[in-house]
Design a protein around this ligand. Sequence first.
Ligand SMILES: O=C(O)c1cc(=O)[nH]c(=O)n1[C@@H]1O[C@H](COP(=O)(O)O)[C@@H](O)[C@H]1O
Length: 226
Amino acid sequence: MSNNPIYLALDVPRLDAAEALARKVAGHIGGIKLGLEFFCAHGHHGVHELHKLGLPIFLDLKLHDIPNTVAAAMQAIHVLEPAIVTVHAAGGRAMMEDAKAAAGENCKVVAVTVLTSLDDDDLTAIGVQSDPAEQALRLADLAHSAGLDGIVCSGHEVGAVHKQWKDGYFVVPGLRPDSGNGNGDQKRIVTPRQARDNGASVLVIGRPISRAEDPLAAARAIEGTL
Ligand SMILES: O=C(O)c1cc(=O)[nH]c(=O)n1[C@@H]1O[C@H](COP(=O)(O)O)[C@@H](O)[C@H]1O
């Protein structure tokens, strides 16, 4: 497996376009992240097609349901041999324990803590009194004690989480290489280099590569900053 921490988020609607993009930048990424948009549109077939590139697949399904349902969903994706799968930490300890127990032996299960699209006000609006940093730490603790491999958080929190969970596996999205890139819907952003320096294991990058005028040049440039 490559040491390159960049996982390209293939949030593009067409399968042929997703394949072409991944093929173009394959030498400058360490894996491919297939999320809800991709999976809802292309399902197992799409994942099988992308496997042909020979890169590790991160299946970002953000599972969040009762433990029995999440465990069954984990079993249903075994055949896709994902390297990483996401669940929501807010699903609770039992859900995370059952998700991990149902996962394949070589599959890391990581828990989303606080989405990078949320800020303090958004948390208040959903009844969370803590700020994103406190909430991410609390949910990281819960994920750790439930036996998960790691968590998903922003580059702002990953340093503190890393301090208390030394051998955790930390997935960091919400990355923008420079101020020229629009933040879009992301509210808690850092640069890929900052995330790496703060202890990220995986850097999830989508639009800064997929929407770049020249995706290959963008991927190369980001890789060069690490
Ligand atoms: O689990 C994720 O990957 C994820 C968690 C999170 O808190 N924020 C977040 O942006 N993501 C994903 O990371 C990717 C970020 O995409 P860009 O903002 O285009 O780089 C998307 O595929 C999101 O679904």
